[in-house]
Each structure stands twice: as C-alpha cells, then as structure tokens.
Design a protein around this ligand. Sequence first.
Ligand code: FUL
Ligand code: CA
Length: 484
Amino acid sequence: MMKYLLIFFLSVTTAVYAQKAPEPYGALPSTRQLAWHDVEVYGLIHFTPTTFENKEWGYGDADPKTFNPTDFDADQIIKAAKAGGLKGIILVAKHHDGFALWPTKTTDYNISKSPFRAGKGNLVKEVEQAVRKNGLKFGVYCSPWDRNNALYGTDKYLAIYQAQLKELYSNFGELFMSWHDGANGGDGYYGGAKEKRSIDNTTYYDWKNTWTITRKMQPMANIFSDIGLDIRWVGNENGNAAETSWATFTPMAPDGKNEAVPGQANYPQSPGGIRNGKFWMPAECDVPLRKGWFYHANEQPKTPEKLFDLYLKSVGRGAGLDLGLAPDTRGQLHQDDVAALKTFGDMVKHTFENNLAKNAEVKASNTRGKKYNTAALLDHNKETYWATADQVHTASIELNLKSPTTFDIISLQEYIPLGQRIEAYTVEIFEKNAWKKVYDGTSIGAKRLIKLDSPVTTNKVKINVIKSPVCITLSEIGLYKKTS
Ligand code: FUL
Ligand code: CA
C-alpha cells in the first residue's frame, strides 16, 4: 500500500512540476491594464462650445448659449462607434475652454447655463448611458488647463480641478480610462483677465496626489498621460506606434538622467517604448478620425483603408488605437464619418473572423508539457498558451496547413500576464520546395500584426523565435487574408 501511495505521490508531483507555469519576466501588466489591452480600439469625443466656434482650442470666452446642438443624439454617435469596432468611449467632459458638459458645482461655466435641454441637461450622463446600453466601456477626459477659470494659475485652482475629477469619478459608473492631456498654451480668458498665465506643469497639478484620488475612486481606470502611469502617450497624433514597440517603459526626462514626471516626457522614446523598462506602460495612439479633434465642415474623415493601416500600426504593435470622434453642430456624427467607421469596422471584423490556420497541424521544436502544448496556439483563447521549457530560449513552430492557403497578415500574441519576453523572431513560408523568410521581427507583446506587401500562397509556415532572455510563451497564432 505504502509503495503504491509513494508512486502515486511521485507521479503527481512530477506531473505538477512539468506543468509549472514559466516564471514571469520583467515589468508586468496590472489587472486594469490587462482589461485595457482587451479594448484595443476606442474613441475620444470632442464636443463643446468650441465645436460651435469652429475652433480647435476654445479661448474660454464663448457664451454658454453658443452650446446649442440642434439634434443631439448620443445613441447615433455610439452606434456608429460600435459599428467601427470601437469597444470604449472617452468623452471630453471638459476641454481647455473650461466648459463642463455636466452640471458641476465647481464652476458656473457649465452646461446648465446653456440652452441644451433647457438648462437641465447632462451630456456626460447621456453619453455614458448610450455607451453602457451599447455594451462599450466608458472613460473621461477632463482638461487640467482651463482657459475660462479666473483662478487658473493660482494655488486655488488645483482643488477645483480635483473636485471636478471627484464628480466625474462618482457619478458615471466604472471608468476604464482617466485621460489627462498635457497641453498648456498659456493665454486664455481667465474670468475676463485675458492674459497669459504660465504654470510649471511638472508641479502645478500635483499629479502624485491627484492620481491618488483616481486610484481610490476608480481603481479600474487606466491613467493616461504623456508618461503614463498606466498608459503612455505614443508621442504623436498620427495614430501609429513604432515598428519595434515595447509595452515596457521607464519615463525619463529629456536630460536622459532623471526619471520624468508628467509634463516632462522624453518624446523620442515614446513611440517604441523601452526594452526592459521599469514599468508596464503600453502606448496609446490617439488620432482624430478627421483632421482636427473638433468638427470642421471643410474636413473629411480618413478612408477605411487608412484606418485599417493605422489599426495595423497601433493595435498590431501592441498599442491601443484611440480614434477622435467629432460630432457636428447637430450633435451627431456626419454621415461620412458614420460610413467610414462602418466600412473600417467591417474590414477588421471580416479580415479577422476566419483564422486560416485554425485547422493546421502544429509542430514545435520544444514544448513545456501537456498544459502548454501547441493546441493552445489555435484555440482562439488568449488565456491559454504554448511555452517552452525554462532553459529553452529559442524555438520554431511549424504550421502545416494541409492545403495551399493564401494570406497577407500574420498575427502573433504573447501571453502578456507573464511579461513581454520575445526579442527577435522570423517568419518563413515554404515555397518552391524551400523555406523563404518573409519577415524579420523584434517585439510582439499583446499583439503583433504583420502585413505582407502582397498575399502569399503556401501550405507551410514557420515562426522562429531567435532571441528571448527567458523561456518563450505564445498564446495565439493567426493567418488572415485582408478583405477589401
Ligand atoms: C491634446 C489637446 O490639446 C487637443 O485639443 C486634443 O484634446 C487632444 C486629444 O489632446 O492635448
Ligand atoms: Ca490560446
């Protein structure tokens, strides 16, 4: 009996040992950041008196009565966003002009002074409700720079700004993002003073304590700023991350010596991140659907093809795509924007709905054990992953597609809860009886979408991980053919 027990015990421990998950590597994503990675594409709505002034930056002097949309329809905007594949919406609840879109106690310069819903309206609420009804996540942008407020620039303003955040954090449900822009152009209305006010944006907003409020009241809200905390600005408003794009980052001041505080980003490092950076701080690529963040009748939305390209260069580089949506003076998205979003959304949906590798036979040069075998690569579940044994830092995976298959996109995903591990890899296809390299890559992370210049047809594909400091994980592999 004892002998059998011992054998039983030994086999159980060996099995458990063989199945042990890899040790995590480097900086790791938080639960809140993992939830953000799932959103991938979201929108940023700009709609304030500035829309009615046909400007990009309101000075802060617009009469609240100018905020008078003829036919505001939150549902129209959110449905269009949803058709575009957007899974979250951030509303600019207050832009630089200082006009609050909810009936705040913190300033008179707010929606209750406008004709909107006869002074009884709450636009943040209407958008939040439409967002939730359509199954999207909600976030807010409250500009720290306030060109209307008489106290801006004095030591009394921060308390006002923090009180605004508290209102936004208490009345609109769980937020997935709290977006803090860094703009400060200096001049403004400031209660009639009409002057230039400069502040030191590295200290004035006391971000450390201000964000303590965010953490306490909205623990799932990802804090976005030029340097993080959770999500870093990608450093441009073109909608793309760098070809090599690490989710890890150490915000460094431009002097290259000191760690940066918000307002001090070393922007040249933002598009690519920093390999082995101290923090998990993936990039957000924010880009307006049109040219400006606000609606201007003479501008056009980007084409669906352009949007798809930006998708590949943001989401496909492990970053997020934050698309600016600009309602017109009716308070709706223009029909051209609606059409562009819909075609873009369909393009993404139809391109990625059919993984052409799904029935492939997969062989890996190394596998950590049953739980981490290659079946995990094609089960359409990013929580399951293939991994190599601890000491194995390079490996090849061969997909046998059974019949010639045509594709032009290769999708790779690392199992990021264990960190960003892979540093270099190649992709090969079998053509004319020989292996031919079609891509040389570096970073993968949450998602890497490799777009080939033209479609290839083959029945065998090989991924070779050629550099990793630790054992390898991959949660999904996909082959896709872009639809038009
Ligand atoms: C910037 C602002 O200055 C722009 O007006 C816009 O809101 C953009 C998303 O962020 O910092
Ligand atoms: Ca999987």
